[in-house]
Design a protein around this ligand. Structure first.
Ligand code: IMP
Ligand code: MG
Length: 177
């Protein structure tokens, strides 16, 4: 028995996940042909997705990381977003692809996009592995999307519950929630 089996049920298996990520990588490589892409992963959740995605993009690219926190420990965003760790390079003039694990209410991405646009990049696009459209509290234009899911709290492949389960290779739902 694996450590998670009592608590987590598979929602999107590893193979489906990886196949979708490879397809997104092909799409992104086609769209950014001739450009120097900056993959900007949102810490900590999007790190697993962003590194697999970057490996699927057959283009020269650079990676950077932006840490944000919108939770006070629960499973619902408070709407107040803080930058906990900023990027390491100037974003001005860059073609930025923001990579997120999930867009839920959209409030985190809204804040991030406003913050990034103020730094005058050449372009900003959004790539999210998951979207929960029923929970949206603001409209976010998503350029690349892995999967649309129902309003369930998911874990795995970067997504956590109280900082646990990030290391599962699939997306799962917490049993009994
Ligand atoms: P939003 O601001 O409500 O769109 O929330 C975005 C952030 O909330 C994501 O980056 C996740 O860290 C977290 N989050 C939202 N839904 C889930 C979930 O189902 N499981 C784990 N984390 C989630
Ligand atoms: Mg997150």
């Amino acid at each position: 028995m694996q450590f998670h089996e009592r608590e987590v049920a598979v929602l999107i298996g590893e193979e489906a996940l990886q196949a979708r990520i490879r397809a997104l990588g092909v799409e992104i490589a086609r769209d950014y042909q001739g450009k120097e892409l900056t993959v900007l992963a949102v810490l900590k959740g999007a790190v697993f997705f962003a590194t697999d995605l970057a490996r699927s993009v057959d283009l020269p690219l650079t990676m950077d990381f932006l840490g944000v926190s919108s939770y006070q420990g629960g499973t619902e965003t408070t709407g107040e977003v803080r930058i906990t760790s900023d990027v390491t390079k100037p974003m001005a003039g860059k073609d930025i692809l923001v990579v997120e694990d999930i867009i839920d209410t959209g409030l985190t991405m809204k804040f991030l996009l406003e913050n990034l646009r103020a730094r005058q990049p050449a372009s900003v696009k959004v790539c999210t592995l998951l979207e929960k459209p029923t929970r949206a509290r603001t409209k976010i234009e998503i350029d690349y999307k892995g999967f649309v899911i129902e309003d369930k709290f998911v874990v795995g492949y970067g997504l956590d519950f109280a900082d646990r389960f990030r290391n599962l290779p699939f997306i799962g739902v917490m049993k009994g929630r």
